[in-house]
Design a protein around this ligand. Structure first.
Ligand code: MG
Length: 271
């Protein structure tokens, strides 16, 4: 028997919102640095985070510093390098192992000659990971894969993960699902129902974990997925976040809304 409708309203939904960055919050660009952040996005994320008790985090293959740069002045909890580095909601940082960082540098050095040979390839060395982008040279996919396999052969702690026109070498044992699980064990995420939104193969781990924890995976775009729901495009993700924030606000008791008013007023005038 389902609960009477009258008893289900009145409290803000206890959701924790997790989202990928590239291809989900921003359109994928020709090069990783060329992504364009919608001018209203950082403020929107800040506002939605506040509406959900700051239980909003970005889970990405990029480094945390990259996300901070793109989303400034928003300063959100972030899992970077597919969870190999993580900034908790309280601001504390879980850093990468130095051995992982130097192994990633060695892998990048091994790939450098191939990239020097083909100017359409882009090598993206990160702290603790290496991404090789072939978006501008799809015919080099096989060659890129072989070179990356060769480059990680001396580094058993690394694994290869294919993405959209990119192959990434990153430490095994970390993925977006383990990052989501780690956040869900901490305040303010603990006890909430997770939603994860993503667009790529590396997001599948996070869809699965979100759903294991009773939440929802939302896959952007076409392609096979374990996610239970789909969303069409980046603009729809922005609209979804807005809609969820509205639900959170309208579900709140009147007294709580009144109590929040000064905070909301601050945000509209501060930036
Ligand atoms: Mg993505």
């Amino acid at each position: 028997m389902s609960e009477p409708i009258a008893q289900s309203g009145g409290a803000a939904p206890m959701l924790a919102i997790f989202t990928d960055f590239d291809g989900t919050l921003v359109e994928i660009a020709q090069t990783p640095d060329a992504v364009e952040v919608h001018p209203g996005l950082p403020e929107q994320l800040d506002r939605v985070a506040r509406d959900f008790g700051h239980a909003l985090a970005v889970i990405t293959g990029r480094e945390i510093a990259d996300i901070d740069r793109f989303l400034a002045p928003a300063h959100l909890p972030v899992a970077g390098a597919h969870g190999a580095q993580r900034r908790r909601a309280d601001g504390t940082l879980i850093e990468l192992d130095t051995e992982i960082i130097s192994a990633a540098q060695a892998i990048a050095s091994a790939i450098a000659p191939l990239v020097a040979e083909h100017s359409d390839l882009i090598l993206e060395p990160k702290d603790g990971a290496v991404a090789l982008h072939y978006r501008q040279a799809p015919y080099l996919e096989e060659e890129c894969l072989l070179a990356m396999q060769d480059a990680i052969s001396d580094h058993a702690e690394f694994t290869l993960v294919p993405g959209k026109m990119v192959i990434e070498a990153r430490p095994a044992g970390f993925d977006k699902g383990s990052a989501l699980r780690a956040f869900m064990q901490e305040e303010p995420f603990v006890g909430r129902t997770p939603i994860f939104i993503g667009d790529d193969k590396t997001d599948e781990d996070a869809f699965r974990v979100a759903q294991e924890l009773g939440g929802i995976g939302i896959k952007l775009g076409p392609g096979r997925t374990v996610a239970q729901m789909r969303i069409a495009d980046v603009a729809s993700v922005h609209a979804l976040l807005e809609g969820l924030a509205e639900i959170a606000n309208s579900s709140r008791p009147a007294a709580a809304i009144a109590g929040d008013a000064p905070i909301l007023a601050d945000t509209t005038t501060a930036h």
